[in-house]
Design a protein around this ligand. Structure first.
Ligand SMILES: Nc1ncnc2c1ncn2[C@@H]1O[C@H](COP(=O)(O)OP(=O)(O)OP(=O)(O)O)[C@@H](O)[C@H]1O
Ligand SMILES: [Mg+2]
Length: 271
């Protein structure tokens, strides 16, 4: 599908309401005598509600950057501010709490629990938040509808295709309504048609909820779904581009399969 894109080439394109702010970030790995500068002085900002793609070839530093942003690895130097909070100096317990409150992940390996159904897999993270069973199931149900898996709720991972499992993984990440979602090559194992479907889905879901999505990819075409494209090479930013879509594209109604889980809260059993 043609996206009717109009590029704004602007290396300092700053968002109005920044959710992620990175300043002078370095990650240097020591391998014996050798030092690998996986991130070599990176600065940028990502705005609320943006879908940002981080694009680069293999070894350019994409995963390193994403792992730092998500607080999974410590930077050698530099600042990372998420939702106004510095995370670079937080200890592991603080990071766990911060991630639980603000962050969702979509991985390439779906990491679904094999003994649980799709519904149970999606509902699982809600139990860590102390949400009661009825509400857990209601939200998981709606999220699975949203990603087009109405008919697969009772299926276990081995009874689903790779694309379906990936959508379960996505539903599981989104069901907790995180402010920020990180995805590392989320469609890496999928065919191109299924990958495009995933992109549409991610684009629409985050747009509806004003969530911020940061996706790592080496694929320019998939990156074209993003609002912001950050190109990285040898641990440095080559360009930071805000993509402005025509209003019609932005105002376009989301796919029919995509229903807002909050929009039809008619079944709210209280007993
Ligand atoms: N734990 C580590 N120890 C040493 N070097 C590392 C480590 N992790 C990554 N690197 C190096 O840092 C650089 C960036 O790696 P990174 O995984 O961020 O690349 P990438 O852009 O995600 O690549 P790919 O597309 O292949 O996943 C590479 O040169 C890699 O070899
Ligand atoms: Mg990687």
């Amino acid at each position: 599908m043609d996206n009717h894109l109009e590029m704004t080439e602007n290396t300092s394109s700053k968002p109005k309401d920044s959710v992620i702010s990175v300043k002078n970030l370095y990650k240097i790995y020591k391998l014996g005598e050798e030092r690998v500068r996986a991130l070599n002085g990176v600065s940028f900002e990502i705005g609320r509600g943006e879908f940002c793609a981080i694009v680069g070839t293999s070894g350019s530093g994409k995963s390193t950057l994403l792992n730092m942003l998500a607080g999974l690895e410590k930077p050698t130097k530099g600042e990372i501010v998420l939702e106004g909070t510095h995370i670079e100096n937080k200890n592991e317990n603080q990071l766990v709490a911060f991630r639980r409150q603000h962050i969702g992940f979509i991985f390439q390996a779906y990491d679904l629990l094999p003994s649980l159904t799709a519904l149970e897999n999606v509902a699982l993270p809600l139990s860590f938040q102390g949400i009661r069973r009825k509400e857990r199931n209601m939200r998981a149900n709606k999220m699975l509808d949203m990603v087009g898996l109405e008919k697969y709720k009772k299926h276990k991972p081995t009874q689903m295709s790779g694309g379906q499992q990936q959508r379960v993984g996505m539903a599981r990440a989104l069901v907790v309504r995180p402010d920020i979602i990180f995805a590392d090559e989320p469609t890496g194992n999928l065919d191109s048609v299924t990958s495009e479907e995933m992109m549409h889905l991610m684009q629409n879901v985050v747009r509806k909820k004003g969530q911020t999505l940061v996706m790592v990819t080496h694929d320019d075409h998939l990156a074209s779904y993003a609002d912001r494209i950050i190109r990285i090479q040898d641990g440095k930013i080559l360009s930071n581009t805000l993509v402005q879509r025509e209003e019609t594209e932005k105002a376009k109604k989301p796919d029919d399969a995509l229903q807002d889980p909050d929009e039809e809260k008619t079944v709210a059993p209280t007993t």
